[in-house]
Design a protein. Structure first.
Length: 237
């Protein structure tokens, strides 16, 4: 059996002075898998994503990404590892307003030599790599590409955020409620584009949302409540 891309083993996490928020005996995500993770606001979804990226460390247990135990890395090395291997699509997109569309997309390649080299292995320069991604994600209108991202619609900003997450073929793409501002048809259309690009990049996808209507589109769907013993304990109190 191939090694899981992500593996959590007996992890717990609590904020200082607060009860345990996450108590997850086991969770794995396989290479190439697209997983939908559902949970209501305040259930710990975003905290879990921070743990997977090495932004936070668990109180107990081990989190492995690509076989690397994140807790054994220094803070600087965790930042580097995250930049090299993980792309993020945030709920509010977190695009930089003082950069053009293309410069926002290429930004991860300036923080990660690994992703820069992967992008340049297929394209003459980073701008061409960004334009190629944007075109496949349905944002190819030339007049848009060098303007500020603040001049774009929500749907267009979403595609820029997806291209930024995907450039340089990170092994893992994490999406945190990125479709919450879109109507149902736009959500599904975006997801199908995202799936196709993850397949091309060889990236696994962990998609976090409270919108259960999207579940059937994924390889696997689960509720954070089902894997988090702390949630069951809080409900019994």
């Amino acid at each position: 059996m191939s090694q899981a891309l992500i593996h959590l083993d007996a992890i717990t996490y609590s904020w200082p002075g607060q009860p345990v928020l996450l108590d997850i005996p086991a969770f794995s995500l396989q290479a190439g898998e697209k997983v939908f993770l559902k949970g209501p606001s305040g259930s710990g979804k975003t905290t879990l994503l921070g743990l997977l990226g090495g932004v936070y460390l668990p109180d107990r247990g081990a989190i492995q990404l690509l076989g690397q135990n994140l807790a054994r890395l220094s803070s600087v090395k965790r930042d580097r590892f995250r930049a090299d291997h993980t792309g993020y699509i945030f709920q509010m997109f977190n695009l930089l307003p003082y950069l053009s569309v293309v410069d926002n997309v290429t930004l991860p390649c300036h923080f990660s030599r690994v992703r820069r080299e992967r992008a340049l292995a297929r394209h003459a320069d980073l701008a061409i790599a960004a334009l190629d991604l944007l075109s496949r994600l349905g944002l190819s209108e030339e007049s848009l590409l060098n303007r500020s991202v603040t001049a774009l619609s929500i749907g267009q900003q979403q595609r820029v955020a997806a291209a930024r997450a995907l450039i340089g073929n990170p092994e893992l793409v994490i999406a945190d409620e990125p479709t919450s501002a879109l109507d149902a048809d736009s959500r599904e259309a975006f997801l199908r584009l995202l799936f196709a690009e993850c397949d091309l990049a060889g990236s696994s996808l962990l998609f976090v949302s409270h919108d259960s209507s999207l579940e059937p589109l994924f390889d696997r769907a689960l509720s954070l409540r089902d894997i988090n013993r702390a949630a069951a304990m809080q409900e019994s109190i």
